[in-house]
Design a binder for this molecule. Structure first.
Ligand code: ADP
Ligand code: MG
Length: 322
């Protein structure tokens, strides 16, 4: 029997919870708890590719960068290097925790973590209108100084109005380095950790050189793109809600357990999914289904072991109640 291949995207919550300081002990414990739930998929015969977010971690790396420059005159590293650092640090942690979880369950598999570059188009309109806030909050004076010195672009903080943050573009992924190798390793039975934090954004210039892009790629968009490229059967986004809802947080809120492509697109266009949180996840799920993927799932990790796990999006409603 041909084994099924799943791409599982771990959200912020899987590694670090909102109310936590972010110590390594906390991150290791959260990661282990999340990975314990993936054993269910492994026992059901899935081969796995794991992707992950890096929001809080890369934010901390950027702040360390800043502090290092202020205190010790250490040269700051650009965003692409910070994303690569976060892939290494987080990927290493997931790999080590996963090895221990596999041992506990008597599962023999290799775990491989790949620092992954994701191609973007330098002419992507996102570059002319950068929106993704990264790094620390600066005063107006600091922001002006930095935009003069480094050419950084800043936007005022929306809620607090008490400072400015650097913004970078969030372009769409158009290619994944080593995607064929990621797919091959996974199909051969190895668990691959890849495309962390949406991947290190790079582009190909006119001379065919690979160049870094000062950008960050949405991790769900990159994960969905990877799932399509390696022709995965299923795509899972593990986050901090058990289901997706329409009329979310309103009196007539409704759980959506089974969704088809057309209805999901309609709900997305009607604004049921918040921009910057659920909307990109839904778009990522639709992209996967639209390119031939069988099923996208949005849920919380611990729900995986539950028969009625999460919200499942397929092309046709009829396929869903298998
Ligand atoms: P992660 O950090 O796991 O990648 P996000 O925090 O960006 O995930 O997105 C998950 C959040 O999306 C949930 O915590 C929830 O508050 C929010 N959300 C917005 N709209 C909806 C909706 N319609 N249904 C479910 N969750 C939604
Ligand atoms: Mg979150």
């Amino acid at each position: 029997m041909k084994k099924k291949l799943a791409v599982v995207a771990l959200g912020g919550n899987a590694l670090l919870r909102d109310n936590q300081a972010g110590t390594i002990d906390e991150q290791e414990q959260n990661t282990t708890e999340t990975l314990e739930n993936l054993v269910f998929l492994l026992k059901a015969g899935y081969e796995l590719v794991i992707t992950h977010g890096n929001g809080p971690q890369v934010g901390n790396i950027l702040m360390r960068n800043d502090a290092g420059e202020q205190l010790y005159n250490i040269a700051q590293m650009p965003v692409d290097v910070c994303v690569a650092d976060s892939q290494g640090g987080i990927g290493y942690m997931i790999e080590r925790m996963l090895r221990n979880v596999l041992t506990v369950h008597g599962i023999k598999k290799n775990v491989v973590c790949l620092v992954t570059q994701v191609l973007v188009d330098i002419n992507d309109p996102a570059f002319t209108d950068p929106q993704k806030r990264v790094g620390k909050v600066y005063s107006r004076e600091e922001a002006d100084l930095l935009s003069g010195k480094k050419g950084w672009i800043f936007r005022e903080e929306i809620k607090s109005k008490d400072g400015f943050r650097r913004v970078v573009a969030s372009p769409a992924p158009i290619g994944i380095m080593n995607d064929a190798i990621i797919g091959k390793l996974a199909r051969e039975g190895n668990i691959v950790i890849a495309a962390g934090g949406g991947g290190v954004p790079v582009y190909i210039d006119d001379q065919q050189n690979v160049r870094p892009a000062e950008a960050v790629i949405d991790k769900d968009m990159a994960s969905s793109y990877l799932a399509t490229r390696i022709e995965a059967d299923e795509f899972y986004i593990l986050t901090d809600v058990p289901y997706i809802y329409i009329n979310y947080k309103k009196p007539d809120q409704e759980i959506k357990e089974f969704l088809d492509y057309t209805d999901t697109l309609k709900y997305l266009n009607e604004g049921h999914f918040a921009k910057g949180s659920m909307a990109p996840k839904i778009q990522a799920c639709l992209n996967f289904i639209g390119h031939g993927g069988r099923m996208s799932v949005i849920t919380e990790a611990f729900k995986l072991a539950d028969k009625t796990y999460g919200s499942k999006i397929t092309m046709n409603y009829e396929d869903e109640r298998r």
